[in-house]
Design a protein around this ligand. Structure first.
Ligand code: CTP
Length: 401
């Protein structure tokens, strides 16, 4: 049972939220309703108040008699926020963070999972602005419940109908179950590309942005895990509820990961670790006037993942295989056994627009018994959901972990 905030925005589908409210209650949830001013033109707040048995949130601030911040209270009390229906206008305000009403302001103040069930005319749904807004929300980990196709309010037929209330409530229950799926589990993620010094200002590096690892850390937090991220070089915003350990080189990353590994339950080795480093970094800056050419001797770095796999005591291990071109999948399969990990996340870095430096990826998960799940191209945030689902499934099937 959870405390759900049902945010109803303006649209003819607002009346279907009464059904959503009843189904959620029948499933044991407590529901508090907040309505936008436009929503009240379609359904009276008294209907929601009667069914929920609670006062409906309608204003931003408390009244003169009892001043307060209603949006902050609503956000604080809920375990999950469901925006249903979400009009094109509300979707736009959520996507841009423009807090000019109770729903967008509450959304800004809310830190738990948010589900958005849009409902609007097909042409509005298919407008480039709406597509961009929905994509932006989904990329931030907000679940968009797809609209249904059928007869619309103005007599048109097409996509844009509010999803079936039962399907919406199923999505809420799935989100709540997944939220608790890693409660208290210690997850260690390595992120970004290492930089191996050539001299005081130059290094051998790679193109990893750390976005995939960041998305995994976000998703693990969302599911209740205690997350530590060992960071090589990543230029992304850090969260307040994740522990970060900076480790810019392969060697410092190895030491940091080894220290944290003993007290971890799951390791996701997403960092792009250099396989070679300059044998000796020059003090100061190499002076180019000294020579027309320069050869830098390189030496192998230790394979962190293989080393940790040899020390494992029940931890679940996830490795990555960024392979180039044909036969990559076979190499990734082989890497899983050779490195002794449970799941290898394979992607083909020769495909344009995915992998390094991009927001999207197209991954194949290779699990125990070489079980393979090939996923279509999607945002790294969505990939992270699949990777964490696979981890949860694996932990459930290996109780010793
Ligand atoms: N990895 C590691 N330590 C290294 C290099 C890689 O722990 N010195 C990890 C990566 O973080 C990744 C996995 O190993 O999870 C595969 O990395 P990749 O670069 O694809 O493979 P290589 O180790 O270079 O593969 P190979 O052994 O086939 O050269």
């Amino acid at each position: 049972m959870a405390e759900i905030l049902l945010a109803v925005s303006g649209g003819i589908a607002a009346y279907k939220s009464l059904d959503v409210l009843r189904i959620l209650q029948r499933r044991g949830h407590r529901v508090r309703v907040a309505m936008s001013r436009n929503a009240t033109r379609f359904v009276g707040p008294a209907s929601f108040a009667a069914l929920s048995g609670r006062e409906v949130g309608l204003r931003l601030f408390g009244g003169d008699d009892q001043p307060g911040y209603d949006h902050l209270d609503l956000a604080r009390e809920a375990d999950l926020m469901l925006v249903c229906p979400a009009s094109a206008n509300t979707v736009a305000r959520l996507a841009t963070g423009f807090g000019d009403g109770l729903i967008p302001l509450t959304f800004l103040a809310f830190t738990g999972p948010v589900l958005v069930a849009p409902a609007m005319n097909t042409r509005m749904l298919e407008n480039a602005a709406t597509i961009e807004n929905i994509t932006r929300l989904a990329a931030r980990g907000i679940e968009i419940i797809p609209t249904a196709t059928g007869l619309l309010a103005d007599g048109d037929t097409g996509a844009g109908r509010l999803a079936d209330p039962v399907d919406i409530c199923d999505a809420v229950d799935r989100a709540l179950a997944s939220r608790a799926s890693l409660a208290g589990v210690r997850v260690l993620v390595t992120a970004g590309g290492t930089r191996e010094p050539i001299d005081a200002v130059r290094f051998v590096g790679n193109r990893s942005s750390g976005r995939m690892a960041w998305a995994i850390a976000d998703e693990a937090r969302r599911r209740g895990a205690e997350v530590t991220v060992v960071v090589a070089t990543v230029d992304l915003t850090r969260r307040g509820d994740v522990r970060y350990v900076d480790a810019p080189t392969a060697q410092t990353m190895h030491e940091a990961a080894r220290d944290a590994f003993e007290t971890t339950d799951v390791l996701v080795m997403a960092a792009a670790v250099a396989d070679y480093r300059p044998s000796a970094a020059t003090d100061g800056k190499i002076d180019k006037s000294q020579s027309e050419s320069l050869a830098i001797p390189l030496e192998r770095t230790a394979d962190i993942l293989s080393d940790l796999a040899s020390r494992r005591r029940g931890q679940v291990l996830i490795g990555f295989a960024a392979e180039h071109g044909e036969a990559g999948l076979a190499r990734a399969r082989e890497k899983r056994t050779r490195k002794g990990v449970d799941i290898v996340v394979y992607n083909d870095v020769s495909v344009a627009g995915i992998g390094f430096e991009s927001a999207d990826n197209a991954i194949t998960l290779i699990g125990p018994g070489d079980r393979e799940t090939a996923l279509a191209r999607m945002s790294k945030v969505a990939c992270a959901v699949h990777i964490l689902d696979a981890i949860v499934e694996l932990r459930a099937s290996t109780p010793a972990a």
